[in-house]
Design a protein around this ligand. Structure first.
Ligand code: GLN
Length: 304
């Protein structure tokens, strides 16, 4: 497959689109990012890297980190995890509170903020130095030791994170948060502020496209069944209340973040990451989704 030619064509086409959405400004530090950035990186199953635009510039991965924290905790505690968080799509926005009351503080899935906060709580419970462990894990899988978190972004979110504070306190009232809410938020803002490039992201997510095995080291991070479950969650819950549309139009498991990143995987074929900070009304990268829809259309291949 001529992936380089394909992503170049898509890049040129998508860049011309008029309705480009808005950069996330509810985290003031994120609003400072140049809204016109746009990069694509694709890695095939033979580890060839194809990229264009700002594919090597670091950006805030935000909610994409939720896949990584969930996978890490799942590999550590196995199916015990599902006692604390569900695996159903929410059909609601990423920061919604509404379902928690009806479901006794058990978030619908780990990729909405409520679920990611429970995962953050589990990270504190099961790892002595969760931040260090998490960052080391990411650096190893992406094979890049320069990957780091951004204190300014974490601080900016801490200062404005009233909704996340409400969520964690509300869940704690149901006894589904074991640590102090401030500590849980601290880890959550840390994980969201981690920065990396499209190329790093595509490399990191290869493990999910490869049955849970890290392609280079052959380390089995997740069992086949666990990998299936993480991918199923990405398919059902990766884009919040736009997960149905993403499945409908793109047909791959994926995950977005309000930093404008989107990553998608085609098991046994490729991983792809796109970055463009302008978001649609559902909080997903406008160019990101346009790019991926074109990719599976032009290549005439999706998991369906
Ligand atoms: N840190 C962001 C928040 O909690 C993550 C949201 C996202 O990327 N969708 O609001």
């Amino acid at each position: 497959m001529e992936y380089q030619k394909i992503i170049n064509t898509i890049f040129d086409e998508v860049k011309q689109l008029k309705d480009k959405g808005n950069i996330a400004d509810y985290i003031p530090e994120l609003a400072k990012v140049n809204a016109n950035k746009f990069g694509i990186a694709l890695i095939d199953n033979e580890q060839n890297i194809y990229k264009t635009g700002d594919a090597n510039e670091h950006f805030s991965i935000q909610s994409i980190s939720k896949v990584l924290s969930t996978a890490l905790i799942f590999s550590k505690i196995g199916n015990e995890l599902w006692k604390r968080v569900g695996f159903e799509p929410s059909g609601n926005s990423f920061n919604s509170l509404v379902q928690l009351e009806y479901e006794n503080g058990i978030p619908r899935n780990p990729f909405i903020n409520a679920g990611a906060l429970v995962i953050a709580d589990l990270m504190l419970e099961h790892f002595e130095n969760p931040k260090e462990y998490f960052l080391t894990f990411i650096r190893e899988l992406a094979e890049n030791n320069t990957i780091n978190y951004n204190e300014k972004v974490a601080q900016s979110e801490r200062e404005n994170g009233y909704r996340n504070a409400a969520l964690v306190n509300f869940i704690k009232s149901f006894n589904n948060i074991k640590n102090h809410p401030d500590d849980v938020l601290d880890f959550y803002f840390y994980q969201c502020s981690i920065e990396m490039s499209c190329e790093d992201l595509a490399k990191l997510f290869q493990v999910f496209a490869n049955n849970g095995i890290v392609p280079k080291s052959k380390f089995q991070f997740l069992t086949t069944s666990q990998c299936k479950r993480i991918n199923a969650l990405m398919q059902m819950c990766g884009f919040y209340d736009q997960a149905g549309e993403f499945t409908f139009k793109v047909g791959l498991p994926g995950k977005s973040g309000v930093g404008g990143g989107v990553v998608a995987i085609f098991p046994n074929y490729y991983t792809v990451a796109v970055w463009s900070p302008k978001l649609n009304k559902k909080g997903n990268s406008y160019y990101g989704l346009e790019t991926l829809e074109r990719l599976t259309t032009i290549t005439e291949a999706s998991i369906f």
